[in-house]
Design a protein around this ligand. Structure first.
Ligand SMILES: NC(=O)c1ccc[n+]([C@@H]2O[C@H](COP(=O)([O-])OP(=O)(O)OC[C@H]3O[C@@H](n4cnc5c(N)ncnc54)[C@H](O)[C@@H]3O)[C@@H](O)[C@H]2O)c1
Length: 112
């Protein structure tokens, strides 16, 4: 199997960006997608993307992996051989949000 065209989701993220850089350096064609959510500094994600998009064998699409029709379109057009799914929401932030929710529920119970 050849692995010339690789699709990386979460390409503007910490791991996605570094993986893209490594793959590009080894001569692969990389399709990056990311929804550029604002769970942390979007400017940082954009700076990473500027470094990736300045390379001729990188294509970026700002889209959500849940957007089935756009994802299908992308697969039809670029026919990636390999997909690495790194699109994710920071677990620390989610943990924090869940903790707040739990605290609010506890408060509701203790208020009643
Ligand atoms: N950073 C680490 O040390 C580490 C260690 C082990 C495993 N991981 C795992 O690797 C993955 C990536 O981690 P990271 O540190 O690069 O996170 P990150 O938040 O820096 O990157 C994730 C990227 O995914 C994008 N994204 C989120 N939801 C999306 C969606 N629905 N559609 C498109 N893009 C979306 C975000 O905008 C972000 O740029 C996670 O699953 C994480 O659990 C990370």
């Amino acid at each position: 199997m050849t692995t010339n065209t690789i699709l990386i989701t979460g390409a503007a993220g910490f791991i996605g960006y570094h993986l893209c850089q490594n793959l590009l350096a080894s001569g692969k064609t990389v399709i990056g997608i990311d929804n550029l959510n604002n769970y942390y500094d979007v400017g940082l994600k954009q700076t990473r993307l500027e470094q990736l998009t300045s390379q001729s064998n990188f294509w970026f699409f700002q889209l959500d992996i849940a957007d089935r029709s756009k994802i299908n379109e992308l697969f039809t057009t670029y026919k990636p051989n390999v997909v690495v799914n790194l699109a994710a929401t920071s677990s620390k932030i989610l943990d924090f949000a869940v903790s707040i929710q739990r605290m609010q529920k506890l408060r509701l119970f203790s208020d009643s």
